[in-house]
Design a protein around this ligand. Structure first.
Ligand code: ADP
Ligand code: ZN
Ligand code: ZN
Length: 744
């Protein structure tokens, strides 16, 4: 904070939670003691026309503004007495705003749950909670004979081992504060912030930890050695190798030190089993955060972490910025998963920011996966991350056998070959379960006229409509628009309409015909929309009430199906021919993840992949030599082509209702690029996006690429503010995606 002399005006420099790249100056309220106000508090400011107000975040208190004094408006109110974010977290957010070139106020507001973003005050649990320290537990009231007030407070606490809150104390005795303060000074009492530490390790857990195998122990030891300092670890272990057990034991150690752990997972609602496992292990409260909770629940979880009342936060991408009173460790499970990258608005990578956060907080970051991203493997090779390896399945489970099933010229029954049906029968005869994977929901991806070749297309997108038989409609999977299912061809009026291709609904119908005696469950976004449905299905599966499980990539995410011994991928070929250079990596990860569902308990598993490309190098490498070998080859290819992680990219996306505005925009942009690009950064495009129209918008993109990250960002630093000022930019929608993972 600058030295302020008495006569100077006090100016609050704030970030407003609106799409602006700069900060705003306001006069401080008259009534405040500036010394008490720290950056990071929320304030309310007049903004826009009339009496409109906005929530803003105080970043600096200064004495001079470039804005003329009489034009400065005054802050309406200060919402928080204390900053809700630490100085380090604020720094992290400012860094992220710069790195992703996203408006600073919008970035800061992502760190808050919705209610706090709207300016609501902290909930009731702001009150402090006091407990005895170890010293306090041993103290005898006689020791305090000479101060009866302290003595009675000590006695009160000794009869309430779980501690007392401010309000409980006030009900008991309205003059409790001085005595409590003195007992704190004597280190007999502590506030709840340290309450986690007060618990002895045995009290933290409900169920026993498993005895670790040597690789698990080595992983735990390596991360423990980094407690209190920064380090990134990549825990690579096949599905079922005991990664989660490693997390649980590490979390226990962190909690025992009185510190907090942030655990990020791709999608909790898809893996209720994981949350259960945490809850079974730990006797302490676990804060959970994901999009299916109410705003109030999310806000509570956030505050419990912020105030240190809770030691574990289990959340999705958006939980990354949860403030931690006493941070100890960040864990990111399934680190390869694309859902860690936000795909709209503030397009941040939770994995990459987690690493930066760990560095700022001086704590270790543990990334885990059975199929690590090429970026993380590259960072291991570069010695930026430490590699930890769990080579085998834990317990008695053995690795599944993978095999390709050549279906060329074979008779197919709605996507199922006779050979596969035979395998399924054998498995079912042994009373074991079969899991079928097809990454396409709906009945069929195309509706075509047999008479004239008309194809059902979305009116707003460059895409075919998907036939949904359950809901008897056509649906666009890109803009979600629904259309009635036509009775006859709208073009020729006479031709017969045919559903082309396979979706899960269609396979489900075919299975019901072929396996009338068996119980079949379909798991996809359509079949599990209602709350609780997925949990019900999972329970039925685990109780053995289900014989055949059919589903989309929802199945690839961390489920344990102990009695599944046959896994089949019905169609791997569709993943082999994408123009996005990330596609092979994603396909390989998907195959290995789905395969990992087989034979997780004592029974060995088998994985069958139906393909018309049995010699495809990606598939053969994966099957014969495994994911590591595949990753090595893929990295070598990326290197040869100078693609990420051997170069760095940013993708400028443009959307417009017409095609002329983007043309004018790109012309103006070309002038700017000429001016600022010193020639090092490759600029590819502008071109139409792979999906050239979506939801009525024409879409274009321009790719920036440079082998040196710094040079790329120097160009973007200069360019983006100028783009924002272009008058053509105001007539269309544009956004920048730094380190894009999806080029669509
Ligand atoms: P991952 O997270 O890598 O898929 P898990 O931690 O879920 O692996 O472990 C897979 C299975 O093996 C679980 O049922 C787990 O209880 C068991 N397991 C893990 N570690 C051990 C161990 N050291 N000894 C015995 N069983 C273990
Ligand atoms: Zn027709
Ligand atoms: Zn559409």
């Amino acid at each position: 904070m600058p030295k302020l002399s008495p006569g100077d005006p006090l100016i609050f420099r704030v970030a407003i939670a609106q799409p602006f790249y700069h900060l705003f100056d306001y006069l401080a309220p008259d009534t405040i003691e500036v010394a008490d106000i720290k950056p990071g508090v929320r304030v309310e400011v007049p903004f826009g026309i009339g009496k409109a107000k906005q929530i803003a975040f105080l970043l600096e208190i200064v004495s001079h503004s470039a804005v003329a004094a009489e034009k400065l408006k005054q802050v309406v109110r200060i919402i928080d007495p204390q900053p809700l974010l630490s100085a380090k977290d604020l720094r992290l957010l400012l860094w992220a705003s710069q790195y992703y070139h996203h408006p600073v106020g919008v970035v800061i507001s992502t760190a808050f749950p919705a209610l706090l973003r709207q300016g609501k005050a902290l909930g009731v649990q702001t009150e402090k909670h006091y407990t005895l320290t170890d010293l306090g537990k041993l103290a005898t009231p006689q020791q305090l004979q000479r101060s009866p007030k302290q003595k009675s407070v000590l006695e009160k606490f000794q009869s309430h081992p779980s501690g007392l809150s401010e309000s409980e104390l006030s009900v008991w005795n309205s003059h409790w504060r001085p005595a409590v303060k003195q007992l704190m000074a004597k280190e007999l009492l502590q506030t709840s912030q340290a309450a986690v530490a007060a618990k002895s390790p045995e009290l933290l857990t409900k169920s026993q930890a498993l005895a670790c195998n040597p690789p698990q122990q080595a992983a735990i030891d390596a991360v423990c050695a980094s407690f209190g300092k920064f380090g990134v670890f990549l825990l690579e272990g096949v599905t079922g190798s005991g990664k989660t057990e490693v997390y649980l034991q590490l979390i226990h150690k962190v909690l025992a030190q009185g510190q907090q752990v942030l655990v990020l997972v791709p999608e909790i609602t898809l893996t209720p089993q994981l949350e259960d496992r945490f809850k079974q292990r730990f006797a302490v409260t676990i804060a959970v955060s994901h999009s299916k909770l109410t705003p109030k629940q999310r806000s509570m979880a956030w505050q419990q972490m912020q105030q240190g009342q809770c030691g574990i936060m289990l959340g999705t991408r958006s939980a990354l910025f949860t403030p931690l009173k006493n941070p100890g460790l960040i864990i990111l499970d399934e680190e390869h998963d694309a859902s860690f990258k936000q795909q709209d608005g503030f397009r941040f990578s939770a994995r990459d920011i987690a690493v930066v956060r760990g560095k700022l907080l001086h704590i270790p970051v543990l990334l885990g996966s059975a199929t690590p991203s090429l970026e993380s493997l590259h960072n291991v090779i570069k010695h930026r991350y430490q590699w930890l390896h769990l080579p085998d399945r834990a317990g008695s489970a053995t690795a599944p056998v993978l095999q390709l099933l050549d279906i060329r010229n074979k008779r197919m029954f709605e996507g199922l070959s006779e050979a596969l049906i035979g395998e399924m029968r054998q498995t079912l005869a042994k009373k074991e379960q079969v899991l079928l994977f097809l990454n396409r929901r709906g009945f069929a991806p195309t509706l075509i006229c047999h008479g004239c070749g008309w194809v059902a297309r979305c009116l707003r997108c460059d895409a075919n409509l998907v036939v949904h038989a359950d809901d008897k409609c056509l649906r666009c999977h890109h803009c979600a628009k629904e259309y009635p299912l036509p009775r006859r061809c709208p073009a020729c009026k006479t031709g017969e309409l045919t559903a082309l291709g396979l979706g899960t609904e269609r396979v489900e119908q075919a299975l019901a015909l072929r396996f009338p005696e068996q119980v079949i469950v379909r798991l996809d976004r359509d079949s599990t929309q209602r709350k609780g449905t997925l949990e019900n299905y999972l329970q039925q599966i685990n109780q053995g009430d289900v014989d055949i499980i059919l589903g989309t990539q929802m199945l690839a995410k961390g489920h344990h199906f102990p009695n599944v011994t046959l896994v089949a991928l019905l169609d791997v070929d569709s993943g082999l021919f994408s123009i996005d250079f990330h596609a092979p990596e994603k396909l390989a990860q998907l195959v290995v993840q789905v395969a990992g569902r087989a034979g997780r308990a004592e029974k060995p598993g088998k994985v069958i992949m139906q393909t018309r490309q049995p010699e495809h190098p990606l598939l053969t490498t994966l099957i014969q030599q495994g994911y590591r070998r595949f990753a090595k080859t893929a990295l070598a290819e990326r290197k040869a082509a100078q693609l990420p992680p051997f170069s760095h990219q940013a993708l400028l996306r443009v959307e417009s209702h017409d095609t002329e505005t983007p043309a004018l925009f790109f012309q103006a942009l070309a002038d700017l690029v000429q001016q600022y690009n010193s020639g090092q950064t490759h600029i590819l495009g502008p071109v139409s996006a792979p999906m050239a129209r979506r939801a009525g918008f024409y879409r274009y993109q321009l790719l920036f690429q440079n082998v040196r990250r710094k040079d790329l960002h120097q160009l973007l630093d200069k360019l983006i503010p100028e783009i924002a000022k272009l008058k053509q930019a105001k007539k269309l929608r544009w956004s920048l995606d730094v380190d894009p993972v999806d080029l669509y």
